[in-house]
Design a protein around this ligand. Structure first.
Ligand code: PLP
Length: 412
C-alpha cells in the first residue's frame, strides 16, 4: 500500500465505525503530545465524566453523608457494581460477582477456596505462560498445602488449548487456573470446552478474565464456569489500582470457604461477635472495608458499555486488530517482524504482540515521542486497542512510527 492508501483506509474505517463518536468521551483523546495510545489494555483512559463523579463523590457522599453513607449505600456497592459487571460483560446472573481486593489477592482467595472444595486432590494445573501473579500465587498455594503444580505448555504466539490442558489434567487435579485472553499473545481459550473437560475430570476451574472483561464478551453462566477473577483498570477504565472483581458460581456459594475471613464478609459485621460466620452468598468473598473510592471511575465505563453493548465493542475490536495486522505486515513484514498472536481474528482478544530483536531498545524512545505501546520480554511490542477510545487512524500513526524507527535503525 502507499502511504496515501493506508491513510485513506484508516479514515474510511473510522468514518464507518458506529462507535467512533465515543472516543471524544475520553480524557486526553485530543492530546497532541500522545499521538497513539496503544496501552489501554494495561491502563484504560479516564472518561471525562469521571472528574465530575469524583468531585461529587467527595463533596456530596463522603463530605455530606460522612459515615452514614456506609449504611445508606457503600456497604452494598461491592455487590451492586459486581452484579453490573456480571450482567454487562460476563454473562453472569446476579448474586455471583463482587468487587473487592486487587486481582492478585482475589486470585489467592478464589484458588484457595477452589482447593478447599476438592480436599482429596493434590494437583493444580496452570499454563506455563500465564501472567506472573497467577503463577506465583499458584506456586505459593501449592507449597502451603503440599500440592503439585502441573504446567500446561503453550506456544508463545498462542495460549492454553483443549489438548494442552487435557495432558496436564488427571484424577488428582483439584483446580485448573487459566487466562481466557493470554496477556502476551491475546489468544482466546475455549472457555466452554475447557471448562467441560475440567469438570469431566472432577476438577474446578478458575478463569482469569483480566484481558477479556470489557472487550471480549464471555458467558460464564452458560459455560458453567466455577470461578473467575478480573481487573477493572484495563478495559473497564477504573483507574490505577482500581479494585478487581470475583465471580463464584451460585452452586458453590453455600459451602464456599475463603482464606481471609474478615469482618465485612461475615454474617453480622456490626454484631462484633466472637467466632467468624460467613455472610450468605457472594458477600463472603469480601474481607475488609471495600475500596469505595476505587469503584467510582469504573461505574462510568459500565454506563458506557451498557449503552453501546459489549457485542458492538467486540465487533470494533475485531476490526482494529485485523487492521493492525494488515498494517504491520504491510510496513514491517519485509523487515522480519513477526505477529506473535493468533492469525484468525476471532481467536484473539483486543491486542496483538509483534516481535523483532530491535524492539527491545525502542520503547523509551517511543514513549518519549507520545507513541505508547507496551514492551513484553524478550522483544515483543504489545499493541493494545481499547475499542471505545482507540481510532483506526491512531492505530496507523502508532504502527507507522514503530516502522519508521525500525527502518532508521537498520540504516545506522
Ligand atoms: C493485569 C493482570 C493481573 C493484575 O493483577 P493485579 O493484582 O491487579 O496487579 C493479573 N492477571 C492477569 C492475567 C492480568 O492481565
Amino acid at each position: 500500500m502507499t502511504p496515501d492508501s493506508r491513510l485513506a483506509l484508516a479514515r474510511s474505517l473510522d468514518a464507518e465505525d458506529p462507535l467512533a463518536s465515543r472516543r471524544s468521551l475520553f480524557e486526553g483523546h485530543d492530546d497532541d503530545a500522545v499521538a497513539a495510545y496503544l496501552d489501554g489494555n494495561s491502563l484504560g483512559r479516564p472518561l471525562k465524566a469521571t472528574s465530575a463523579r469524583l468531585t461529587e463523590f467527595v463533596r456530596d457522599q463522603w463530605g455530606g453523608r460522612l459515615i452514614r453513607a456506609w449504611d445508606e449505600d457503600w456497604l452494598q456497592l461491592p455487590q451492586r457494581v459486581g452484579d453490573r459487571i456480571g450482567r454487562i460483560a460476563l454473562g453472569a446472573a446476579p448474586g455471583q460477582c463482587v468487587v473487592a481486593d486487587s486481582t492478585s489477592v482475589l486470585l489467592y482467595k478464589v484458588i484457595r477456596a477452589a482447593c478447599a472444595a476438592r480436599p482429596d486432590r493434590t494437583e493444580i494445573v496452570i499454563e506455563r505462560d500465564n501472567f506472573p501473579t497467577d503463577r506465583f500465587i499458584v506456586e505459593a498455594i501449592a507449597a502451603d498445602r503440599g500440592l503439585t503444580v502441573r504446567w500446561v505448555e503453550v506456544a508463545p504466539d498462542a495460549g492454553p488449548t483443549l489438548e494442552g490442558v487435557s495432558k496436564a489434567l488427571g484424577p488428582d487435579t483439584a483446580v485448573v487456573v487459566l487466562s481466557h485472553v493470554a496477556y502476551r499473545s491475546a489468544h482466546i481459550a475455549d472457555m466452554e470446552a475447557i471448562t467441560r473437560l475440567t469438570h469431566d475430570a472432577g476438577a474446578l476451574i478458575v478463569w482469569d478474565l483480566s484481558h477479556s472483561v470489557g472487550s471480549v464478551p464471555v458467558r460464564l453462566d452458560e459455560c458453567e464456569a466455577d470461578f473467575a477473577v478480573g481487573c477493572s483498570y484495563k478495559y473497564l477504565n477504573g483507574g490505577p489500582g482500581a479494585p478487581a472483581w470475583a465471580y463464584v458460581a451460585a452452586r458453590h456459594l453455600a459451602d464456599l470457604s475463603q482464606p481471609i475471613p474478615g469482618w465485612l464478609g461475615s454474617a453480622d459485621p456490626f454484631g462484633m461477635g466472637t467466632g467468624y460466620q460467613p455472610a450468605d452468598g457472594i458477600r463472603r468473598m469480601v474481607s475488609g472495608t471495600p475500596p469505595i473510592l476505587g469503584m467510582q471511575a469504573l461505574q462510568d465505563m459500565l454506563d458506557l458499555l451498557e449503552e453501546v453493548g459489549i457485542e458492538a465493542v467486540r465487533a470494533k475490536s475485531l476490526k482494529l486488530t485485523s487492521f493492525a495486522v494488515t498494517i504491520v505486515e504491510d510496513l514491517m513484514g519485509a523487515d522480519g517482524v513477526q505477529i506473535a498472536s493468533p492469525r484468525a481474528p476471532e481467536e484473539r482478544g483486543s491486542h496483538i504482540t509483534i516481535d523483532h530483536p530491535a524492539f527491545s531498545g525502542m520503547i523509551s524512545e517511543l514513549w518519549r515521542d507520545g507513541i505508547i505501546p507496551d514492551f513484553r520480554n524478550p522483544h515483543g511490542l504489545r499493541l493494545g486497542f481499547s475499542p471505545l477510545s482507540t481510532s483506526f487512524e491512531e492505530t496507523l500513526v502508532g504502527i507507522g512510527s514503530i516502522a519508521d524507527r525500525l527502518r532508521s535503525r537498520g540504516l545506522d
